[in-house]
Design a protein around this ligand. Structure first.
Ligand code: GDP
Length: 424
C-alpha cells in the first residue's frame, strides 16, 4: 500500500514528524520531488534533526529510504547529511538513490545566487539552493542523470558542451568567473564515487515492493500552495508538491497511491515572498511566532523568519482538494492554547465580493480575509492522548476546521515528539 504524506499549505506543516511517526509501520519511505531547499524538523529518541534531502524514515533500521528520480540530488549534501546522522548516533540507514535522479550541479547554486542578485528587489525569494536553475536545466534537457556519471567518455564530452553554454551566460549576463570544464569533470567523478554505493533502479525496486505488499510512504516537501501549477505562481517552488507527482517522482503507478494524508497546520505560516491573506503582523505575530517555540521562528533550511497568520480555511480547503486528500492530520494545535479567541479566515473578500474559492495569484493579491473568532481553550493540551480528553473549545476548533476543509481529520498532533499524537 502506498500512502503519501503531503502539505496542504505553504510548507512547514509538520510532515516530517508525521512521516517519522508513520515510518514505524512502513517498509519504504521515498522523497519524490524538491531538493535540499526545505527541511523537515524531527525530534525523536536520537535527538533533534533537520533533514533536508533524506526522507524522514531514516531513523528506523527496518526501513529503506529512497531518493526518487524526481528529486534535485545534491550529492555532497546527501553524503554530509548521512554522516551527520551517523555522528549523532543514528545507525547507518539503508539508502537507495534512483539512477534516473538528476544531479544538482555546483553551478546551479551559483546561477541561483547570481540571478537573485541580478533581479535585486524583484527576486522570487529563492533559497539559493540551486533548485530553480536545476529544474530549468532538467526540462531544457541539459541536466545530468546519476546514470551518466558512470559513462566517463560521454560525461567528459557533455561537461565540455555544457560549460561552453553556461560560460556565455556567466560572461555576458552575470559578469562572473567562468567554469573550468576540467575541474567540473573531476568534481563529477568525485560525485560518482560518493553516490555509487546507493545507486539503484528504484522504480523496479518499488515495482517489486508493491507486488510484495510492502508499506510505502511518499514524503512530500513544502505544500499545495507552493506547487508550480496549482500554487501561488510565481512565488512557488520548481517541482510539484502534490501527491499525484509522487507517481512520477518515484516511478510508480498513480493508482497505487491509496491514501493521501494531507498535513494541515492549526495556524498559518510561510517562508519567503508571496500573497498571504490571513497574515498577521507586529506583536500579535511575534507572540504566535514565539509560542511556536522550537517550531517557530525560522525555516529549517533557510534561517529566514517565518511569516505568521491565522488558519486560512480557504487556502487549506483548496490545498486539501488539489492534493486529493483522503484524510488530514492537524498539527501544532498545542501552540494556540494561550489565546482567548482564535480568528479563522473563512472567506476572501476580493473587489467587494466574498468567495470561499482560492483564486489565481492576481486576485489573491487583492484578497482581504473574512475572519470569524472561535473561543480559545486557554490551557496546555500537550500530554493528552485521547480525543475526548481535549477541552471542549479545542474539539470545537478542530471540528470547525474539519467542516471548513471538507476532509476528515484523523490525527491531531499536540507536540513535536513522535508520541504526541491523538488518533480519532
Ligand atoms: P515539514 O517541512 O512539514 O516537515 O515541517 P517542519 O519540520 O519545517 O516544521 C514543523 C515543525 O513543527 C518542526 O519544528 C516540528 O518539530 C514541529 N511540530 C510538528 N508537529 C508539532 C506539534 O504538534 N506541536 C508543536 N508544538 N510542534 C510541532
Amino acid at each position: 500500500m502506498v500512502r503519501a504524506i503531503v502539505g496542504a499549505n505553504w510548507g512547514d506543516e509538520g510532515k516530517g514528524k508525521i512521516t517519522d511517526m508513520l515510518a514505524k509501520e512502513s517498509d519504504i519511505i521515498i522523497r519524490f520531488q524538491g531538493g535540499s531547499n526545505a527541511g523537515h524538523t524531527i525530534i525523536n529518541n536520537y535527538g533533534r534533526f533537520a533533514l533536508h534531502l533524506l526522507p524522514s524514515g531514516v531513523f528506523y533500521q527496518h526501513t529503506t529510504s529512497i531518493i526518487g528520480n524526481g528529486v534535485a540530488l545534491n550529492i555532497p549534501y546527501l553524503v554530509k547529511e548521512i554522516q551527520s546522522l551517523v555522528d549523532q548516533g543514528v545507525p547507518m540507514p539503508k539508502i537507495l538513490v534512483s539512477d534516473r535522479a538528476q544531479i544538482l550541479m555546483p553551478y546551479h547554486i551559483l546561477f541561483d545566487a547570481y540571478e537573485e542578485e541580478r533581479l535585486g528587489g524583484k527576486s522570487f525569494g529563492s533559497t539559493k539552493s540551486g533548485i530553480a536553475p536545476f529544474y530549468s536545466d532538467k526540462y531544457a534537457k541539459i541536466g545530468f542523470q546519476v546514470s551518466e556519471l558512470f559513462e566517463e567518455d560521454s560525461l567528459r564530452e557533455k561537461v565540455n558542451r555544457i560549460c561552453e553554454m553556461k560560460n556565455v551566460m556567466l560572461e555576458h549576463l552575470y559578469h562572473k568567473p567562468l567554469l573550468d570544464p576540467e575541474e567540473l569533470f573531476r568534481t563529477m567523478l568525485e560525485y560518482r564515487d560518493m553516490v555509487a554505493p546507493y545507486v539503484c533502479d528504484t522504480s523496479k525496486y518499488l515495482y517489486d515492493a508493491i507486488k510484495a505488499g510492502k508499506n510505502i510512504l511518499l514524503e512530500g516537501q513544502l505544500g499545495s500552495l507552493k506547487d508550480p501549477d496549482h500554487g501561488i505562481y510565481p512565488m512557488v517552488t520548481s517541482s510539484s508538491t502534490l501527491a499525484a507527482y509522487g507517481a512520477i517522482g518515484a516511478g510508480i503507478p498513480p493508482y497505487e497511491i491509496r491514501r493521501i494524508t494531507t498535513v494541515v497546520k492549526a495556524y498559518s505560516s510561510a517562508v519567503g515572498a508571496g500573497a498571504f491573506v490571513s497574515e498577521i503582523f507586529g506583536e500579535e505575530a511575534d507572540e504566535l511566532r514565539k509560542r511556536g517555540g522550537d517550531h517557530g521562528e525560522f525555516g529549517a533550511t533557510t534561517g529566514r523568519p517565518r511569516r505568521m497568520g491565522w488558519f486560512d480555511a480557504v487556502a487549506t480547503r483548496y490545498g486539501c482538494r488539489i492534493q486529493g486528500a483522503t484524510e488530514a492530520a492537524l498539527t501544532v494545535l498545542d501552540v494556540l492554547g494561550y489565546l482567548d479567541e482564535i480568528p479563522v479566515c473563512v472567506g476572501y473578500e476580493i473587489d467587494g465580493q466574498v468567495t470561499k474559492d482560492f483564486p489565481t495569484t492576481g486576485k489573491l493579491e487583492k484578497a482581504k480575509p473574512v475572519l470569524v473568532k472561535l473561543p480559545g481553550w486557554k490551557c496546555d493540551i500537550r500530554g493528552i492522548r485521547k480525543y475526548e480528553d481535549l477541552p471542549e473549545n479545542c474539539r470545537n476548533y478542530i471540528e470547525f476546521i474539519e467542516k471548513e476543509i471538507e476532509t476528515p481529520i484523523t490525527m491531531v498532533s499536540n507536540g513535536p515528539e513522535r508520541e504526541e499524537i491523538i488518533y480519532r
